[in-house]
Write a protein that binds this ligand. Structure first.
Ligand SMILES: Cc1cc2nc3c(=O)[nH]c(=O)nc-3n(C[C@H](O)[C@H](O)[C@H](O)COP(=O)(O)O)c2cc1C
Length: 186
Protein backbone atom coordinates (compact mmCIF):
# COMPACT_ATOMS: atom_id res chain seq x y z
CA UNK A 1 0.00 0.00 0.00
CA UNK A 2 1.37 3.42 -0.97
CA UNK A 3 -0.56 6.13 0.88
CA UNK A 4 0.33 9.70 -0.06
CA UNK A 5 -0.85 13.24 -0.45
CA UNK A 6 0.52 15.53 -3.17
CA UNK A 7 -0.79 18.93 -4.18
CA UNK A 8 1.52 19.75 -7.06
CA UNK A 9 2.84 16.37 -8.14
CA UNK A 10 6.32 16.11 -6.60
CA UNK A 11 5.37 13.64 -3.86
CA UNK A 12 3.33 11.82 -6.49
CA UNK A 13 6.47 11.36 -8.64
CA UNK A 14 8.09 9.63 -5.67
CA UNK A 15 4.96 7.51 -5.10
CA UNK A 16 5.12 6.36 -8.73
CA UNK A 17 8.85 5.53 -8.50
CA UNK A 18 8.24 3.56 -5.29
CA UNK A 19 5.37 1.72 -7.01
CA UNK A 20 7.80 0.72 -9.79
CA UNK A 21 10.19 -0.65 -7.19
CA UNK A 22 7.38 -2.66 -5.60
CA UNK A 23 6.53 -4.10 -9.04
CA UNK A 24 10.18 -4.96 -9.74
CA UNK A 25 10.18 -6.99 -6.51
CA UNK A 26 7.18 -8.96 -7.83
CA UNK A 27 4.39 -7.36 -5.76
CA UNK A 28 1.37 -5.31 -6.79
CA UNK A 29 1.30 -1.76 -5.38
CA UNK A 30 -1.99 -0.08 -4.48
CA UNK A 31 -1.72 3.72 -4.73
CA UNK A 32 -4.09 5.56 -2.42
CA UNK A 33 -4.56 9.08 -1.13
CA UNK A 34 -6.61 10.78 1.57
CA UNK A 35 -10.00 12.45 1.20
CA UNK A 36 -9.30 16.09 0.34
CA UNK A 37 -11.39 19.02 -0.87
CA UNK A 38 -8.59 20.69 -2.84
CA UNK A 39 -7.57 19.97 -6.43
CA UNK A 40 -4.53 17.92 -5.43
CA UNK A 41 -2.53 15.97 -8.01
CA UNK A 42 -3.02 12.92 -5.79
CA UNK A 43 -6.78 13.07 -6.46
CA UNK A 44 -5.78 10.89 -9.45
CA UNK A 45 -5.92 8.00 -6.96
CA UNK A 46 -8.75 6.79 -4.73
CA UNK A 47 -8.94 7.67 -1.04
CA UNK A 48 -7.74 4.86 1.22
CA UNK A 49 -10.57 2.92 2.88
CA UNK A 50 -10.24 1.45 6.36
CA UNK A 51 -10.85 -2.02 4.88
CA UNK A 52 -7.85 -1.55 2.58
CA UNK A 53 -5.74 -0.33 5.49
CA UNK A 54 -6.71 -3.42 7.49
CA UNK A 55 -5.83 -5.78 4.61
CA UNK A 56 -2.55 -4.27 3.41
CA UNK A 57 0.68 -6.32 3.66
CA UNK A 58 2.88 -3.22 4.03
CA UNK A 59 2.51 0.54 4.05
CA UNK A 60 4.69 3.27 2.49
CA UNK A 61 3.50 6.79 3.32
CA UNK A 62 4.43 10.00 1.52
CA UNK A 63 3.79 13.68 2.20
CA UNK A 64 5.08 17.05 1.08
CA UNK A 65 7.18 18.73 3.78
CA UNK A 66 4.91 21.25 5.50
CA UNK A 67 6.88 23.43 7.91
CA UNK A 68 8.99 20.41 8.80
CA UNK A 69 6.03 18.06 9.31
CA UNK A 70 3.64 15.91 7.31
CA UNK A 71 0.57 17.43 5.65
CA UNK A 72 -2.28 17.93 8.16
CA UNK A 73 -4.65 15.72 6.15
CA UNK A 74 -2.38 12.72 6.65
CA UNK A 75 -2.09 13.49 10.36
CA UNK A 76 -5.90 13.70 10.51
CA UNK A 77 -6.11 10.34 8.72
CA UNK A 78 -4.05 8.68 11.48
CA UNK A 79 -6.20 10.26 14.15
CA UNK A 80 -9.13 8.34 12.68
CA UNK A 81 -7.45 4.93 12.96
CA UNK A 82 -8.11 4.08 16.63
CA UNK A 83 -10.17 1.07 15.62
CA UNK A 84 -7.37 -0.38 13.50
CA UNK A 85 -4.90 0.38 16.33
CA UNK A 86 -7.12 -1.48 18.84
CA UNK A 87 -7.32 -4.47 16.50
CA UNK A 88 -3.56 -4.45 15.88
CA UNK A 89 -4.32 -4.34 12.15
CA UNK A 90 -0.84 -3.11 11.21
CA UNK A 91 1.26 -4.90 13.82
CA UNK A 92 4.43 -6.54 12.40
CA UNK A 93 3.85 -5.20 8.89
CA UNK A 94 6.74 -3.38 7.18
CA UNK A 95 6.54 0.37 6.68
CA UNK A 96 8.54 3.25 5.20
CA UNK A 97 8.10 6.95 4.42
CA UNK A 98 8.92 9.55 1.74
CA UNK A 99 8.71 13.30 1.28
CA UNK A 100 9.28 16.20 -1.11
CA UNK A 101 10.35 19.70 -0.12
CA UNK A 102 11.26 22.86 -2.00
CA UNK A 103 14.56 23.43 -0.21
CA UNK A 104 17.45 21.13 0.58
CA UNK A 105 17.56 21.82 4.32
CA UNK A 106 13.91 22.75 4.75
CA UNK A 107 12.91 19.88 7.03
CA UNK A 108 12.95 16.62 5.08
CA UNK A 109 14.50 14.66 7.93
CA UNK A 110 12.16 16.05 10.61
CA UNK A 111 9.21 15.32 8.32
CA UNK A 112 10.33 11.75 7.62
CA UNK A 113 11.08 10.97 11.26
CA UNK A 114 7.80 12.44 12.49
CA UNK A 115 5.88 10.46 9.86
CA UNK A 116 7.31 7.29 11.37
CA UNK A 117 5.77 8.02 14.79
CA UNK A 118 2.16 6.95 14.04
CA UNK A 119 3.49 3.91 12.17
CA UNK A 120 5.48 2.86 15.25
CA UNK A 121 2.41 3.35 17.45
CA UNK A 122 0.59 0.97 15.12
CA UNK A 123 3.34 -1.61 15.70
CA UNK A 124 4.77 -1.50 12.19
CA UNK A 125 8.31 -2.61 11.34
CA UNK A 126 10.02 0.47 10.01
CA UNK A 127 12.51 0.31 7.13
CA UNK A 128 14.80 2.96 5.69
CA UNK A 129 17.44 3.00 2.96
CA UNK A 130 20.82 1.43 3.84
CA UNK A 131 24.15 3.09 3.00
CA UNK A 132 25.03 0.08 0.87
CA UNK A 133 22.94 1.94 -1.73
CA UNK A 134 25.60 4.05 -3.54
CA UNK A 135 23.07 6.78 -4.37
CA UNK A 136 22.88 7.80 -0.71
CA UNK A 137 26.51 8.98 -0.85
CA UNK A 138 26.32 10.35 -4.37
CA UNK A 139 23.07 12.32 -4.33
CA UNK A 140 23.29 16.10 -4.52
CA UNK A 141 19.55 16.53 -3.86
CA UNK A 142 17.09 14.12 -2.16
CA UNK A 143 17.42 10.57 -0.86
CA UNK A 144 18.00 9.90 2.85
CA UNK A 145 18.54 6.89 5.14
CA UNK A 146 15.19 7.77 6.77
CA UNK A 147 13.25 7.41 3.55
CA UNK A 148 13.02 8.46 -0.09
CA UNK A 149 12.87 12.17 -0.91
CA UNK A 150 12.94 14.80 -3.62
CA UNK A 151 14.17 18.39 -3.51
CA UNK A 152 11.90 20.35 -5.83
CA UNK A 153 14.42 22.95 -7.02
CA UNK A 154 11.81 24.48 -9.32
CA UNK A 155 8.06 23.94 -9.56
CA UNK A 156 7.43 20.57 -11.20
CA UNK A 157 11.11 19.56 -11.31
CA UNK A 158 11.64 15.91 -12.17
CA UNK A 159 13.27 13.43 -9.80
CA UNK A 160 17.06 13.25 -10.17
CA UNK A 161 18.61 9.93 -11.22
CA UNK A 162 19.61 9.21 -7.59
CA UNK A 163 16.24 10.25 -6.13
CA UNK A 164 14.51 7.93 -8.60
CA UNK A 165 16.82 4.98 -7.93
CA UNK A 166 16.57 5.37 -4.14
CA UNK A 167 12.77 5.61 -4.27
CA UNK A 168 12.59 2.44 -6.38
CA UNK A 169 14.96 0.71 -3.98
CA UNK A 170 12.79 1.63 -1.00
CA UNK A 171 9.69 0.23 -2.72
CA UNK A 172 11.50 -3.01 -3.58
CA UNK A 173 12.91 -3.29 -0.04
CA UNK A 174 9.50 -2.98 1.61
CA UNK A 175 7.93 -5.47 -0.83
CA UNK A 176 10.70 -8.02 -0.18
CA UNK A 177 10.28 -7.58 3.58
CA UNK A 178 6.53 -8.13 3.24
CA UNK A 179 7.13 -11.35 1.27
CA UNK A 180 9.64 -12.53 3.88
CA UNK A 181 7.39 -11.79 6.84
CA UNK A 182 4.41 -13.46 5.18
CA UNK A 183 6.46 -16.59 4.44
CA UNK A 184 7.58 -16.81 8.07
CA UNK A 185 4.02 -16.51 9.35
CA UNK A 186 2.79 -19.59 7.45
C1 LIG B 1 2.10 25.29 3.75
C2 LIG B 1 3.39 24.85 3.12
C3 LIG B 1 4.48 24.60 3.92
C4 LIG B 1 5.69 24.22 3.36
N1 LIG B 1 6.75 23.99 4.17
C5 LIG B 1 7.95 23.68 3.64
C6 LIG B 1 9.08 23.47 4.48
O1 LIG B 1 9.00 23.50 5.71
N2 LIG B 1 10.27 23.22 3.87
C7 LIG B 1 10.41 23.16 2.51
O2 LIG B 1 11.52 22.96 2.02
N3 LIG B 1 9.33 23.28 1.69
C8 LIG B 1 8.11 23.55 2.23
N4 LIG B 1 7.02 23.68 1.41
C9 LIG B 1 7.15 23.37 -0.02
C10 LIG B 1 6.67 21.94 -0.34
O3 LIG B 1 7.14 21.03 0.60
C11 LIG B 1 7.19 21.51 -1.71
O4 LIG B 1 6.77 22.42 -2.69
C12 LIG B 1 6.79 20.09 -2.06
O5 LIG B 1 7.65 19.61 -3.07
C13 LIG B 1 5.34 20.01 -2.56
O6 LIG B 1 5.02 18.68 -2.83
P1 LIG B 1 3.84 18.30 -3.83
O7 LIG B 1 4.24 18.79 -5.21
O8 LIG B 1 3.74 16.83 -3.75
O9 LIG B 1 2.59 18.99 -3.34
C14 LIG B 1 5.80 24.05 1.95
C15 LIG B 1 4.68 24.29 1.14
C16 LIG B 1 3.48 24.68 1.72
C17 LIG B 1 2.28 24.92 0.82
Amino acid sequence: MILYYSRNGSTQQLADAIANGVRKAGAEPLLRTIASDDDAASARDLALSTAELQDCDALIMGSPTRFGHMHSGLQKFWEQTSREWLRGALVDKPAAVFTSSSSMHGGQESTLLSMLVPLLHHGMMVLGIPYTEPGLQQTTSGGTPYGASHVEHAAGSRLSQHELALAEELGARVAKAAFGLRTNQH
